[in-house]
Design a protein around this ligand. Sequence first.
Ligand SMILES: Nc1ncnc2c1ncn2[C@@H]1O[C@H](COP(=O)(O)OP(=O)(O)OP(=O)(O)O)[C@@H](O)[C@H]1O
Length: 300
Amino acid sequence: MAHTITTEHVVKRYGSVAAVDDVSLAVGEGEFFGILGPNGAGKTTLVEMMEGLRQPDSGTITLLGQPVWPRNTALLGRMGVQLQGSAFFERLTAREQLATFGSLYGMPAARVDEMLELVGLTDKASTRAEKLSGGQAQRLSIACSLVHDPDVVFLDEPSAALDPQARRNLWDVLRAINERGKTVVLTTHYMDEAEILCDRVAIMDGGKVLQLGPPADLVRDLDAPVRISVEAAALGQQQAAGLEGVESVSGDTGSTVISTRRPAPVLQALAGMDALAGLQVRGATLEDVFLQLTGREYRA
Ligand SMILES: Nc1ncnc2c1ncn2[C@@H]1O[C@H](COP(=O)(O)OP(=O)(O)OP(=O)(O)O)[C@@H](O)[C@H]1O
């Protein structure tokens, strides 16, 4: 696969803090690439260096085959950087915002309507930016980053502060962008978002990339047990411990929770005992990957 972005041994320090500490990675063409980590992990610093907005202390970064530092204006038209909502011209409507950005790049007027459609804001075209909801403003800022038809789009925590429904709507927009062939680099501290959207994800903490790969592979490589829970009234802990394939049993409020790497015989036994009330089956997630890598719970 051709590489759209490469970073080699990139380091950025602020005083004694290594915000980004020797990061080497490559983002493929057309890839949906996630950078995941808790607050302060170094995500924004890394992405801003990829965008050519901050200078690495050492290491090299290329974007579309060219060095990004010193500031490379030839790359500006080929990358889209999501603006924060506060960067809007407050008194302009959604359509006027887009038209303003588009005209800077000589884009035809029809492009504006196409972008409004893409992010689901056609019916808000005449609404002023200051009157948009949080989710609508985020989508408009994404449309602004795409209006000049860049090859690579950087989105820094686009779903922060959105309610669950607005986040899901945004995910549809992000998928649509990637399906148009754009390389997407997304930073997020939401594990589920990274798991659902990204082809590959780099898990960062303390300035380092701790793990990198497709979310499903990272989870599978853990070889973590599946947790099966049923109502405690349907199955006691002692009974559960005697079933084939059970590794350990615990309980929480009103439930019996079984850990197993062989869920099939356990589920079969539960069905046979008519003990499926309140059944929940939970596989490992990226949160478990983070826990294993760092020895601590993930707290965004
Ligand atoms: N301009 C700066 N001056 C001093 N320290 C900084 C600066 N920018 C970032 N840092 C520090 O570098 C570390 C990484 O910050 P960064 O913003 O890259 O993390 P992040 O993963 O994007 O976090 P968040 O999810 O909170 O945005 C933090 O310890 C932060 O305090």
